[in-house]
Design a protein around this ligand. Structure first.
Ligand SMILES: [Mn+2]
Length: 247
């Protein structure tokens, strides 16, 4: 469990989906790192920082630029923690080190202002999306990752682009219900971790939900995506606030 100074400000972001063809989002993120994020003691990135990740050996200027922005924030004194998303789950220790981020397991509990909080990307909560969960199990296996990582960079890039297109087509025909979290799964997760607050991204539906877990009131905070704005959750001793900035 990670513990944070009680006087501090903590930021949470997810689903930036940074991509070379969206320089506006990249600029918004780099500006966030240089300005707002400096106010925080800790920044948590809860997955899908990138639209896709083909391996830490991708050294395009686009990637280097983002690594440098993150590292500058780390050097300024902000701790940066990262949990994988469903798009950038191949992001490895080499890139994390280069960008000053500490990798966390897919589900982590942290303590902020005497509250135990569960943090995760959120894709594991969408249990009704059977097709995706099947792909997820396969793609997290050592053998699948070993095969993929052995392929040349240009082949991996092509695969990622194909997957992205297939995923967009599949998403277009899936119902809103399938694409959202399963409430029972959220309750189960809170009860397993003896917590009353969960923070996640993935669904791109920023909102604070109330529910019952452990026979008590609980909250689920969903982070916003960065398609049309910068979006982050600010937590300090006075409470929490979902904030955003236009691109
Ligand atoms: Mn996602």
């Amino acid at each position: 469990m990670v513990s944070v100074d009680k006087s501090a400000i903590t930021y949470f972001i997810a689903d930036l989906h940074l991509a070379q063809n969206r320089p506006d989002i990249t600029a918004c993120f780099l500006s966030f790192l240089k300005n707002e994020a400096k106010e925080a003691e800790t920044l948590y990135i809860l997955g899908d920082l990138f639209e896709y990740w083909i391996g830490d050996d991708d050294k395009s200027p686009f990637i280097e630029n983002i690594a440098n922005g993150l590292l500058a924030l780390k050097k300024f004194g902000v701790k940066i923690y990262y949990i994988h998303g469903n798009r950038d789950f191949l992001l490895g220790a080499r890139f994390a080190k280069k960008s000053g981020m500490t990798l966390l397991p897919e589900i982590e509990t942290i303590e902020l202002y005497d509250e135990k909080i569960v943090i995760m990307h959120g894709d594991t909560l969408c249990t009704k999306d059977i097709g995706y969960q099947k792909f997820r199990r396969k793609s997290r296996s050592w053998w699948w990752q070993a095969i993929v990582k052995s392929l040349p960079l240009f082949v991996r890039r092509k695969m990622a682009e194909n997957y992205r297109q297939q995923s967009a087509e599949a998403t277009a025909v899936k119902s809103q219900d399938i694409m959202d979290v399963t409430e029972e799964e959220v309750v189960k997760c809170l009860e397993e971790n003896n917590s009353q607050l969960i923070i996640h991204g993935h669904t791109h539906r920023p909102k604070v939900h109330t529910l019952i877990a452990n026979n008590k009131g609980a909250k689920r905070i969903v982070l916003g995506d960065w398609y049309e704005q910068g979006a982050w959750l600010k937590v300090d001793k006075n409470g929490f606030e979902l904030l955003n900035n236009p691109l």
